[in-house]
Design a protein around this ligand. Sequence first.
Ligand code: OGA
Ligand code: MN
Length: 279
Amino acid sequence: MDTRILSNSLGVEISGIEANQPLSPEAIAEIFDLFLKHHLVVLRGQSIDMDQLGAFARQFGELEENIVRLNDGNVASNVHTVSNIGMDGKPTAKPNPVANYFWHTDKSYYEIPSLTTVLYGAEVPPNGGDTQYANMHAAYDALPAAEQHRLSQLHVVHSWEQSRLNAGDAPATQDEIKLRPPVTHPLIRTHPDSKRKSLYMGIHTSHIAEMPEQEGRAQLDDLIRHATQPQFVHTHEWRVGDLLLWDNRCLMHRAVANYELERYRRVLYRTVVRGTKPY
Ligand code: OGA
Ligand code: MN
């Protein structure tokens, strides 16, 4: 395995892996070590179908079920696509889901959110359609000690219902809301493997439990602005065949609408590996 560091903030590219085949336990352990150290792992030039993507991801843990509805109204299976393709099979200005285009960490509205998301570039625009990542350890470390202490007392309510409203997407249905009631996580999260601290927030949040609602939302907006400054961010420019895995416990990410959504197809295969309860 050869490795290349992608930026000061985060990310490592690994070559010499074929992800469409079962990997040895040693190879998985090596990839996972690099994942813990750099938070984002990029494999290029892969050729993988959805079943193989599921099998690859399962080597890192249990796959998470979904509640996002596809454009055809069906619930996505645990390996699915995220895309800008509408019901008529053509690119549209409204990607599914819209929240992907805002800073977030996957499934933070679950009691037990995600460890990693695995994303594969099946069809990407000729230019743009990037994914950006922000390092929440670095953002936390950059705060003054008194601020770190103050924030460590706070808890954030994450809500699927609120997320849909925040992103301006179709409102959550009553069934979805029942299935995914709001959950509360600490604002400052300790990484279960490295024990480093990070900020934990994003588009799926509603408010801060200990603050008046508007004040809490303003505080979260401030922190997102702080945490997504250029020095904490890495931008991935997609090529077909890229396979990415990132640590949702210490990164935020978002898709960037820097391409003509109504013109170019952007189809990514995706699956999510379940993590552990944040503390
Ligand atoms: C995701 C996601 C971003 C993108 O799949 O969880 O946020 O660039 N994707 O499509
Ligand atoms: Mn996401």
